[in-house]
Write a protein that binds this ligand. Sequence first.
Ligand SMILES: [Zn+2]
Length: 373
Amino acid sequence: MKKNKIVAIALLTIALGLTAVASSEFLQMKKPDVVYPASGLTKKSSLSAYCSSLKGTSGDTPIYFFDSKQPGATVLVLGGTHPNEPAGFISAVVLVENLKVQGGKFIVIPQACGSGFTCTDPLEGYPESFSLQAQHGLRNFRFGSRVSNPLDQWPDPLVYRHFPSGQSLSGFETRNLNRSYPGRVNGNFCERVGYAILNLIKTENVDVAFDLHEAAPEIPIINAIIGHEKCQDISAAAILELEMNSLTYALEVSPKNFRGLSHREWGDSSKVLPFLMETSNPIQGRLRGKTDANLLTQGVDRFYAKAKATANFRITYDEVNGYPLKVRVARHLAGISAILGAYNDKYPEKQIKFSNIPSYEEVTSNDVGHYLH
Ligand SMILES: [Zn+2]
């Protein structure tokens, strides 16, 4: 009897120990990533300022303002709409930590879908985080899920009906921020986050907005600039400029009948000129092999190399160098600079004047961490 008691106490202690470790790991996922803003930061706010019911939720993500207090355009940059697409998120962090604005205003949201950063996609075998070698040590960042955490919005309906169009999508997409625009103030969690972002665009009179993404190497819209039809002249001018620097981007027009997407709904509901950019991210691909933080940052995968050499469909992958994060971030930053240059040419009376966004050559030769404090 006494022996049974000792065994029971021992098992209970082990169970409690494992629970403690598991809960501490679980709570770690809720810890926000640290960002060190550049000295030009004029205000830090959060999304609940544009939809009060987000207060205290994981949707209440930080917003960084760089206001030159001089006349000029207002620019919004969103990273982390899909938290499993790190180039968008890290490009936004590089902006927050380096940007200088001399005319107009920049607003940056590095983790647009804050909720998706608190979990990972089940069955993908994804790492929870990754590290980058910054100027003075290692920086750790969360790698999250494409959609919001089910703890914030559950259960998914069988069919997701987009508001207000009524378009039907798979039930899972109800937690996808980039299917939730224009959103509604009293809607579900994701619709409220979408509403808050669009409300910010209207309240702050945003002139140009970017939504930075990544996708699997086999997705055809990789390395494209997708814009609302009212931005096509700016997209085309930017693509020519990028082409002169040997950077190829495809020009895509936002489909009119595919609702809920940032570039479509922001452009339809406000005066903003919206752009979405995609880079090639092997860790999201269906052909990938070993899935770890190394694949995320280095983008080297032997199955993609083989597919590129043998497959007769389009794959955006470099057989020699892979598709590392530094190239993906460099492309996003180059795209932003080129589009804003084309915007300034078109609207000389309302220019956005900025500096200190590292160039494509700088990011690819020094690596991303060089631009993180
Ligand atoms: Zn995406």
